[in-house]
Design a protein around this ligand. Sequence first.
Ligand code: DGL
Length: 272
Amino acid sequence: MDNRAIGIFDSGVGGLSSVKKMLSDHPEESILYFGDTGRAPYGSRTREEIVSMSLQDVHFLRTFDLKAILIACNTITVCSLKALREANPDIPIIGVVDSAAEAAARATKNRKVGVIATKATIDSDAYAQKIKEFAPDTEVFSAACPKFVPLIEAGKISPENEELAAAIREYCTELKEAGVDTLILGCTHYPLIAEAVGLFMGEGVQLIDSGAEPVKTVIRMLEEKEALAEKEKEGKEFYFCSGDVDAFGYVADLFLKKDISSKSMRINIENF
Ligand code: DGL
């Protein structure tokens, strides 16, 4: 039994898709969230920048006594998982790509899977490679979607938002025409626009949430280590961001459907 918090971090509000799953399925676990909203998006940056910024993010998280860290960001996972583990060998660090790739390989019936993600994640080819490991006969269709994260960070997540609808048409039309029956939301920000993406793709397409899937992996790992929190207690939540705390709270409120402003604080990530 271990009641210490799980650290969850992302370039911005995207990792809240992991938080949402954790709060609904494991409310006994305490969460300490960091969103680097002041420096998002990461997905169009160089690998070197992403590694260096994510090392700072974890350095900040490690000022707290945590039992594990979830990298709730695909871009950071594909660029920095190795570097973060090397720099922090004394704490389990879990990434997000494998769980979503496995879930998609299991879900597809027609063996056509789409992946939408940031430029850095698509360029890494990590999803296509992982999906083929689990299901070698699968065709993978990918699209980088650089306009999504800025829209989501700005709270433009409603299916009625015209700018968002235009970006979805731009990025998802080819995938729809290719006939994918499963679409990986391969950036943890995208579950915040799942409703709008789902409406465009149609009912027959199953969406895989890359923020929610790895929560199961974290819980399984903690269970093996006998480090789950006591079931009878309610976990605590702490939220930190590096940008405007009201803007962070606004998006969090829209997505989590709860007011976290009293639990949120701005930090200067450059100090870490
Ligand atoms: N949420 C992040 C991901 O899963 C990246 C967003 C960004 O580009 O900063 O890839």
